[in-house]
Design a protein around this ligand. Structure first.
Ligand code: UDX
Ligand code: ADP
Length: 460
């Protein structure tokens, strides 16, 4: 079939890969090419084992790869040949210089803009898909407009709202698609091109438009609001542990208010993932830059509560296990930042593991998809760590189990069988509140949930 349009995506990561696979799947007459500077990543996208685990992704890639979805390494050529370019390179938090630990590090993104400028031989629509600070599109335009009148580059902002673990269903059926553009003739024309793509499978009413800066800011704010809900419920879980109230009951009662809603009210060990912390710090930096120090500190506290929740969890383990972890074997069930992904970026499990190792505990880490990343995250950190995928084998001979990721698999474990193989007294610290606490207590475990009274066999 002859392709009507060619689309390029620069950056074959968690956002670029799945979102382009979905466009290719829904628009068979478009030819989509994804490029990356990391050639191992491109090899992996072209292999049987994709570089990221995402339920349903394999199926879509198998249907489209080689048909109208291509993963390639020749970035320069691809820039020349494609008229619509999505930019989906990562924007980590800066670790150096001005704005260190807060502002977004825009070096990858700027390199991309310069590459587009250098290799373009025709006018293009350039679409920002990474989360970027407000006014980044403007900076991108400034770089691209140095093309000196030869070609025009129309920059659009089209933030991606999908969440990992549910990326395919989020992409297939999003709450909304947001497209920010200039309100000029060429801006509106470029916007119409993008709407044409999404309207192949998404209802027109769900495709909303705005100016570029509203679009950029909306992504930061959506993530900040979501993270704020997690920190809000986690802050209350600390109070529940002091008062014998139960966080699940409180969350249910609060969430049934239709003005509040029941989603994103699960207390746990805090949020992880590549977006929340980075985007909030970005928002905080922006507010400070504009002199809004009260607003900045309001949002900064969402991150502080998240750190506090992880510190609290470790303190509970230490207190529960008689104030010492030295030489004790601790089995960590789940290292990914959430279920259904192998991604461990900013996973609370990293911080918790480091703290436990600093207490001289021995760690046995188990996860169905994240062990490779876990090993990379903990490499170079002093202490004894083993990686064992089978949870029963991992737990055997341990003093405590920590549930750090909400994998379904852990809800259905045979805890009686596990208990028999553990050192007594045996402990469970359920950092996600996903298992049957009463049942585990009756088996013999001392059970420490989040935001609920501990179930302990000790009399004092
Ligand atoms: C998030 C946004 O949801 C998504 O819209 C955006 O595009 C990218 O960032 P993601 O980080 O992939 O997606 O996952 P998400 O489901 O938002 O979870 C983030 C973290 O919050 C996880 O660590 C999760 O375990 C935690 N969380 C979430 C809770 O602790 N409690 C909840 O109730 C919900
Ligand atoms: P995200 O979760 O935002 O998708 P990832 O780190 O998973 O972030 O993906 C970003 C990808 O962008 C990485 O694979 C990285 O190699 C790629 N990348 C960064 N800079 C460039 C560039 N200048 N050209 C092409 N690819 C790039």
């Amino acid at each position: 079939m002859k392709s009507k349009k060619n689309i390029l995506c620069i950056g074959a990561g968690y956002v670029g890969g799945p979102s382009m696979a979905m466009i290719a799947y829904k628009c068979p007459d478009y030819r989509i090419t994804v490029v990356d500077i990391n050639s191992d990543r491109i090899d992996a996208w072209n292999s049987e084992e994709l570089p990221i685990y995402e339920p349903g992704l394999d199926k879509i890639v198998k249907k489209t790869r080689g048909r109208n979805l291509f993963f390639k390494k020749d970035i320069e050529n691809q820039i020349k040949e494609n008229d619509i370019i999505f930019v989906s390179v990562h924007t980590p938090t800066k670790t150096y210089g001005a704005g260190a630990d807060m502002a977004a590090d825009l070096q990858y993104w700027e390199k991309t803009a310069r590459q587009i400028l250098k290799y373009s031989r025709s006018s293009k629509i350039v679409i920002e898909k990474s989360t970027l600070p407000v006014k980044t599109a403007l900076a991108m335009e400034k770089i691209l407009s140095s093309a000196k009148g030869k070609f025009r580059f129309e920059v659009l902002s089209n933030p991606e709202f999908m969440a990992e673990g549910t990326a395919i269903s989020d992409l297939e059926n999003p709450d909304r698609v947001l497209i920010g553009s200039h309100q000029t003739k060429s801006g509106l024309k470029a916007r119409a091109e993008l709407i044409k793509i999404y309207s192949r499978w998404i209802l027109k009413e769900k495709i909303i438009t705005s100016n570029i800066w509203s679009s950029e800011l909306s992504k930061l704010v959506a993530n900040a609001f979501l993270a704020q809900r997690v920190s809000s419920i986690n802050s209350i879980s600390a109070l529940c542990e002091k008062t014998d109230a139960d966080i699940s009951e409180v969350a249910e009662a609060v969430g049934m208010d239709s003005r509040i809603g029941n989603k994103f009210l699960k207390a746990g060990i805090g949020f992880g993932g590549s977006c929340f912390k980075k985007d909030i710090l970005n928002l905080v930096y922006l507010c400070r830059y504009y002199g809004l120090k009260e607003v900045a500190s309001y949002w900064e506290n969402v991150v502080k509560i998240n750190e506090y929740q992880q510190e609290r969890f470790v303190a509970n383990i230490l207190n529960g296990m008689f104030g010492t972890l030295a030489g004790k074997k601790i089995c960590i069930l789940g290292f990914a930042f959430k279920a259904d992904t192998g991604d461990t970026r900013e996973s609370p499990a990293i911080y918790i593991s480091q703290k436990l190792l600093a207490e001289h505990a021995e760690l046995i880490i188990s996860d169905p998809k994240a062990l490779k990343n876990a090993a990379a995250d903990l490499s170079g950190i002093k202490g004894k760590v083993k990686y064992i995928e089978d949870p029963y084998e991992a737990a055997s001979g341990c003093h405590a189990l920590l549930i750090l990721t909400d994998w379904d698999l852990y809800m259905n474990l045979d805890f009686r069988k596990i208990y028999k193989t553990m050192v007594k007294p045996a402990f469970i610290f359920d950092g996600r509140n996903i298992i049957d606490h009463k049942k585990c207590f009756s088996i013999g475990f001392n059970v420490y949930p989040i935001g609920k009274p501990a179930l302990s066999h000790f009399k004092i």
